[in-house]
Each structure stands twice: as C-alpha cells, then as structure tokens.
Write a protein that binds this ligand. Structure first.
Ligand SMILES: C[S@@+](CC[C@H](N)C(=O)[O-])C[C@H]1O[C@@H](n2cnc3c(N)ncnc32)[C@H](O)[C@@H]1O
Length: 250
C-alpha cells in the first residue's frame, strides 16, 4: 500500500517549498497540483520524475479516486495544496474519504499566502499597542459562514484582518468593515499573486482602495489586509527589552 501526502505548495515562488515537502516530491510517483495557483514549471522542478495531474476542473470524487487507486498500486502520491493546507484547502474533505478507503496519509505544511504577503509588505501583522490579534477570514459567498462571523461582526474588534477569496467583492467588503467600526482612514493593502513574477501591491485606505484596485485590474488571487499595523510604529516589544534580557540571564 502506498501513501498520500498533502503538501503545502506555498504561494507561487518555487523556492518557498519546504525541505520536507521537496523530499516527498522527489520520490513521488503521482503529483496532483492546483494549476490555477501553482505553476506547472514549479511542479516539474520539484518532481521531475512524477506523473503530473492538474486538479483544475476535476471533482473531489474524481481526485480522491485517483489518489486511492494510485495508493492501492503501492505508489507515493502528493496532493499539492496552494499555500498551507491549514486554511481554505478542502483537505479535510479529501482526508475523510481517504480514511474511509483505508489509505494512509500525512500533511506537510507550507508557506501560506498570508505569510508571503506580510513579508512582501515588509510588515509584521502584530505590533505592541496597535494590534496583537489577526483575524483570517473570507466573505461568505456560497460557502456556509456561521452566524457571528460576518465581516461586520468581526470588524468590531478593530484588529488586523486578512481577507482571503474576497477581492472581487471589495466594494461590499469595505462597506461591511466601515459599518463594523473601522474608520475611513484605516490602511489597507491588497496583495496580488504574491511571490510570483506578476505580484502587485496596492496600498490605500478604506476610503480609496476600491478605486485603486479597480485601476490595477485586480479581481482574483489577492489578499486584503486591513488594520492600523500597516501605518503605526507600535510600542517596543517586551521580548527584546533590556529588562527582559537581564531577567532571562539571571
Ligand atoms: C483557496 S484559497 C487557498 C489559500 C491557501 N491555502 C493559503 O494558505 O494561502 C485561495 C485564496 O488564497 C489567496 N491566495 C492564494 N495564493 C495567493 C497569492 N500567491 N497571492 C495572493 N493571494 C493568494 C487568495 O485570496 C486566493 O483567493
């Protein structure tokens, strides 16, 4: 019996694959990858000897059948997932089916687009005295979103917010965030295709971001990052204060 590995493919740059993921890819027989988010050239570089299948346009059932069949033939299968599998990846649905079929699996983490976006902005998303909390969320769309998780509700916290899968609905999102309590001058960054050659960063405020993003023609594959951390310096962190260093030495 073979095994299925769910591997975080990172946000696009082939160098953002982990060493662990690369080791698994090097010995994979079959790699299923999300062609819309992970370039085929990257997959060919990571897994030169494997059979490659683009998951775009295939149903979950079809993909699970492919994985189960290959594992039953004793093959090592890698299911690449854009970014990290911990968020908006449908991994849990696939894992459930593999468990039903008695196929062994393992999840290998990757670099999420949120990590890469913060790096591209040159920012830390938490700053002492400004925000110590990051909300990762998405607009409701067709996916069921529990009550109490509406953007307007979440905006009440006023902390840093990262919105996935939302740039197409930017106008509605801005409206909900303002209704929830962010002020019009709250900084926003929209980060498109981070870590790829097409990367674009648009910075603005809740008052002008819709226009700016429209001008750039961005309508997919972007993160919306909102909050005062994008503007403010923040207080000194205790971790690197002289007093803390002295007490640790003692
Ligand atoms: C289905 S979700 C997958 C998220 C993924 N699991 C992760 O950790 O980044 C796809 C959404 O993630 C964000 N995303 C994925 N790759 C991105 C990239 N390279 N640049 C900006 N946003 C990206 C966009 O919001 C996109 O609509």
């Amino acid at each position: 019996m073979g095994k299925v590995y769910f591997v975080g493919a990172g946000p696009g740059d082939p160098e953002l694959m982990t060493l662990k993921g690369l080791r698994v890819l090097r010995r994979a027989d079959l790699v299923i990858y999300p062609g819309s988010l992970t370039p085929r050239e990257a997959v060919e570089e990571w897994a030169p000897d494997a059979e490659l299948v683009d998951s775009y346009g295939r149903s979950l059932e079809e993909l699970v059948e492919l994985m189960v069949e290959a594992a039953r033939e004793g093959k090592t299968v890698v299911r690449l997932v854009s970014g990290d599998p911990f968020i908006y990846s449908s991994v849990y649905e696939q894992v459930r089916e593999l468990e039903r079929a008695g196929v062994e699996y393992e999840i290998v983490p990757g670099v999420s687009s949120v990590n890469a976006a913060a790096a591209a902005l040159g920012e830390e998303l938490t700053k002492p005295g400004v925000s110590q909390t990051v909300i990762l969320t998405r607009p409701a769309g067709r996916t069921g979103k529990p009550k109490g998780e509406s953007l307007r509700e979440l905006a009440r916290h006023g902390c840093t917010m990262v919105i996935f899968l939302g740039v197409r609905y930017l106008e509605d999102i801005v409206e909900s965030l303002l209704e929830g309590g962010y002020s019009e001058d709250t900084p926003v960054a929209v980060v498109y295709k981070v870590s790829t050659p097409e990367e674009k960063i648009v910075r603005g405020t809740l008052a002008d971001i819709v226009e700016k993003v429209k001008e750039e023609g961005i309508d997919r594959t972007a993160l919306i990052i909102v909050g005062d951390v994008l503007r403010e310096e923040g207080e000194r962190s205790h971790l690197y204060s002289k007093e803390y260093a002295r007490s640790v030495r003692r």
